[in-house]
Design a protein around this ligand. Structure first.
Ligand code: A4P
Ligand code: MG
Length: 207
């Protein structure tokens, strides 16, 4: 299997078993890296105004650039498993959450595009709404400034400009990701099962 470059978006606006949203995002990054995904770059963590219905707390959002040797379906299972460990329960679409991980881009691959309805468990690549969201594009361009949308064939910077300055108003760079260590995660997890066990995710040596 080819090694692919991936972009993942992390978001949270509720505290969960891993702590407040900032701790949850950091822990999620460690879980990914300890499951064999190599983190090449992490954006800052941004404070963002909530998008969606009703009143919700502000979100923290970030984007990771990774390299991995994992099939798309296994990656989806891995991120859903990490969301579950972080306390994510089925809720309303766009409702508050302890952790959301979206696969933004999987090596430029196209799957289920153009989108015809959304079905739980069915992967769409690139992520169907990413190009409309400044809270995704701003951190994404921090880790991959030359990124182009794989199906729209438009530069990320252009997509962000098209969204207008107003839409970026509620986005504020807030925190750094601290350096991560897999050993720490293993200690915290014991005696629980490893995240990658039984979910089809493969561990790859970092090169
Ligand atoms: N799915 C299909 N393609 C993908 C993909 N590329 N990556 C499927 C991840 N999942 C994908 O997702 C629903 C189903 O989509 C999954 O079962 C998966 O098979 P979900 O994460 O379980 O549900 P959701 O998060 O409620 O839906 P959605 O549309 O992903 O919500 P969003 O788009 O993530 O929106 N405001 C701010 N400021 N920041 C935020 O991060 N997030 C949301 C949630 C609302 N408002 C926000 C933010
Ligand atoms: Mg999601």
């Amino acid at each position: 299997m080819r090694v692919n470059t991936l972009l993942l978006a992390l978001g949270a606006n509720l505290a969960g078993p891993w702590g407040p949203p900032n701790e949850t995002l950091r822990r999620a990054r460690r879980e990914l890296s300890c499951s064999g995904l190599r983190v090449l770059a992490s954006s800052h963590i941004y404070d963002t105004a909530p998008l969606g219905p009703g009143r919700q707390a502000p979100y923290l959002n970030a984007v990771l650039l990774l390299r991995a040797h994992i099939a798309p379906a296994a990656l989806l299972r891995l991120i859903k498993n990490i969301e579950r460990l972080a306390g994510r329960r089925l809720g309303t679409r766009w409702g508050p959450r302890c952790l959301d991980i979206d696969i933004l881009d999987y090596g430029g691959r196209r799957l289920g595009w153009p989108q015809r309805g959304r079905q739980r468990g069915r992967l769409i690549l690139p992520h169907p709404e990413m190009h409309t969201r400044p809270f995704v594009l701003v951190p994404l361009l921090e880790v991959d400034p030359h990124w182009h949308h794989p199906t729209l064939a438009v530069a990320g910077h252009t997509l962000l400009t098209r969204l207008g300055r107003q839409s970026r108003r509620g986005i504020r760079r807030s925190l750094d990701f601290a350096a991560s260590s897999c050993d720490k995660v293993r200690n915290e997890r014991a005696p629980r099962k490893q995240v990658s066990e039984g979910d089809g995710a493969r561990t790859v040596p970092s090169s």
